[in-house]
Design a protein around this ligand. Structure first.
Ligand code: ADP
Ligand code: MG
Length: 324
């Protein structure tokens, strides 16, 4: 599903876009439609072509093939400053000689963010404050599309999570279309209306967070967003997510109607809120099951090195289109 919502207007269309750097294929034929007001995320590992695609949309790069439309206008050969876009980078695209107030210019509609900071220069601000200023400056001009390349990448986890919520709120309030680049799957799931998962310059899947997580189209998507847990049955590859698996101790009976596979717990990994169990199935595959630690010590001792049975329902498994 690379199409946007047919009931909405398209803010951005990317049609058959390709970009090579010498022998390197950075963007290998991408088609995308982003709706007006949508929070759209390009998610993929390092080197998958996210930044190149964003730079093509901004006009900093020219495609070798294909077309880019903004608000229904073909902008493929329009320079960046004549496109109705603005870009926010990871490394705070601020002017170091300007004060915060000057950086944002005037008419700022994003409130409560700069109390007491108006006179400071970027080197007098924390990373989070700098990114808020960069963002505000980008939003002030109300571009048709705001392009953001890993804008929270340099921040520590706690601040990043706060800013994710804040950014999403700002986006909702101002109603600007966001095209957001990240390699962080949780960030993508938290913030996006839709996610395009990229690999090797191509889009593997486009869909809302729930869809790409619960119904990954390819093994790459399954593995990149979450733990893949791939099983092969009669040549068909399918996935079952760790939190959908019930782990039964010896003697514990499986609820009726579930698929049950015996195996042995090979590894127990305590991760605070939950514990991960790596189970070697008698059939050969390894599956990860996750249990929430309802009790302080979890169930690690009960299961470590033990024979268990894993159980899940058929509607929690889904077939992968193609193996990668
Ligand atoms: P991402 O942002 O997903 O990490 P990039 O778009 O930066 O990926 O890079 C995609 C591929 O294109 C990589 O193999 C990268 O090395 C290559 N690449 C990006 N920019 C250039 C450039 N200016 N010159 C040569 N190769 C580049
Ligand atoms: Mg990048």
């Amino acid at each position: 599903m690379t199409e946007g919502d047919p009931a909405k207007k398209a803010a951005l269309k990317v049609l058959g876009v390709r970009k090579n750097y010498g022998p390197v294929v950075a963007v290998a034929g991408v088609d995308l439609v982003v709706d007006e007001g949508e929070f759209f995320t390009l998610l993929g590992p390092s080197g998958s072509g996210k930044t190149t695609l964003l730079r093509l949309i901004a006009g900093f790069e020219r495609p070798d093939a294909g077309r880019i439309e903004l608000g229904g206008r073909d902008v493929t050969s329009v320079p960046p400053y004549l496109r109705d876009t603005n870009t926010v980078f990871q490394d705070y695209a601020l002017f170091p000689h300007m004060s915060v107030a000057e950086n944002i210019a005037y008419g700022l509609r994003v409130k409560h963010v700069f109390t007491g900071l108006g006179g400071r220069r970027p080197n007098q601000l924390s990373g989070g404050q700098r990114q808020r200023v960069a963002l505000a400056r980008a939003v002030v001009n109300e571009p048709e599309v705001l392009l953001l390349d890993e804008p929270l990448g340099a921040l520590d986890l706690k601040l990043r999570q706060e800013m994710q919520i804040e950014l999403k709120q700002i986006q909702k309030e101002v109603g600007i279309t966001f095209v957001y680049v990240t390699h962080d799957q949780e960030e993508a799931l938290t913030m996006s209306d839709r996610i395009a998962v990229m690999s090797n310059g191509q889009i593997e899947q486009v869909g809302p967070p729930v869809e790409v997580y619960e119904r990954p189209a390819t093994e790459f998507v399954a593995g990149f967003i979450g733990i893949s847990n791939v099983l092969v049955r009669d040549g068909v590859r399918f996935v079952v997510r760790p939190e959908k698996i019930r782990m039964l101790a010896e003697g514990e009976s499986a609820p009726s109607g579930m698929i049950v596979e015996p195996g042995e717990v090979e590894e127990v990994i305590y991760v605070g809120m939950s514990t991960r169990y790596v189970v070697h199935l008698e059939r050969g595959e390894h599956l990860v099951a996750v249990r929430q630690n309802m009790d302080a010590l979890g169930d690690a001792e009960r299961f470590e090195g033990r024979s268990v049975r894993l159980a899940w329902t058929a509607d929690h498994t889904f077939v992968l289109d193609k193996g990668r």
